[in-house]
Design a protein around this ligand. Structure first.
Ligand SMILES: C[S@@+](CC[C@H](N)C(=O)[O-])C[C@H]1O[C@@H](n2cnc3c(N)ncnc32)[C@H](O)[C@@H]1O
Length: 237
């Protein structure tokens, strides 16, 4: 009798399980603006094929894009560049695709996928820019292992970046920010710090007037609550 084996998410042989989420089926019918689960790993090393109108265009990937508030606007304002928004939630991805379709965007594709699988979605040197905005802080001690941003992950991401590529991170969470800075300090052989801020909008005269894509949905709420936004901008060496 053959044995069924289950692999952890980071393992090369991991396979997405079948989902009963009603939006799973809805995503299947949306053509080439969205890919989900295993399909998101079909373009590794030839990611330009997702953008037939401009396969060589610079590529920005946003991790945890939610319903695409930032990435839809970025794609709309930068028709000469390509964009991929990744989120593991089905419904927000569906909403993002709806918005992109309404604007007729050909330079934006969504992936319903686990960000932990990034190295199986993208090949060496395929990313010009990677954005990670307000990742879940997993603040309790038992949850810390779930944090996306670690020194190990920076090592995994480094080869995916094009020469001169940028990794842009924002968080409201002070504890996670300190954790990130520590991880960056362990990774300075591969990454250069372009800027670090503990209060990104401190000198802005009216931060509550900032809009997408300059701020995210969560960021708007944090600004309303007068919470400082922490930012790290890294460049691959
Ligand atoms: C706190 S929200 C921030 C959303 C958006 N970036 C913003 O700033 O408004 C975090 C987002 O990351 C997504 N997310 C969390 N963990 C993820 C993972 N491992 N892979 C993909 N998406 C993930 C969540 O579904 C959610 O949309």
């Amino acid at each position: 009798m053959s044995e069924i084996r289950f692999f952890p998410i980071q393992h090369p042989d991991y396979r997405y399980p079948a989902s009963k989420n009603p939006y799973w089926g809805k995503l299947q019918g949306l053509g080439n603006q969205v890919y989900s689960d295993q399909q998101t790993e079909d373009f590794r090393g030839r990611i330009g094929q997702l953008f037939p109108h401009d396969p060589q265009g610079a590529l920005t990937v946003e991790i945890g894009c939610n319903a695409g508030h930032v990435i839809v606007e970025s794609a709309h304002q930068n028709p000469g560049q390509n964009f991929i928004g990744i989120d593991w939630k089905f419904k927000p991805i569906f909403r993002g695709v709806e918005k992109a379709a309404k604007k007729g965007l050909k330079n934006l594709v969504f992936f319903r996928a686990h960000a932990e699988r990034l190295a199986f979605m993208f090949g060496p040197g395929e990313l010009d820019r990677l954005n990670l905005y307000f990742p879940d802080p997993w603040a309790k001690k038992a949850q810390l292992k779930n944090r996306f941003f670690t020194a190990e992950r920076l090592k995994m991401i480094a080869p995916l970046m094009k020469s001169g590529g940028i990794f842009h991170i924002k968080t409201d969470h002070r504890g996670y920010f300190d954790w990130m800075v520590e991880a960056v300090n362990q990774s300075l052989d591969q990454w250069e710090i372009l800027s670090i801020s503990e209060d990104l909008h401190r000198h802005h005269p009216a931060p509550h007037l900032l809009d997408f894509p300059d701020v995210t949905l969560f960021e708007k709420l944090f600004i309303q609550d007068r919470l400082p936004i922490h930012e790290i901008k890294l460049k691959i060496r």
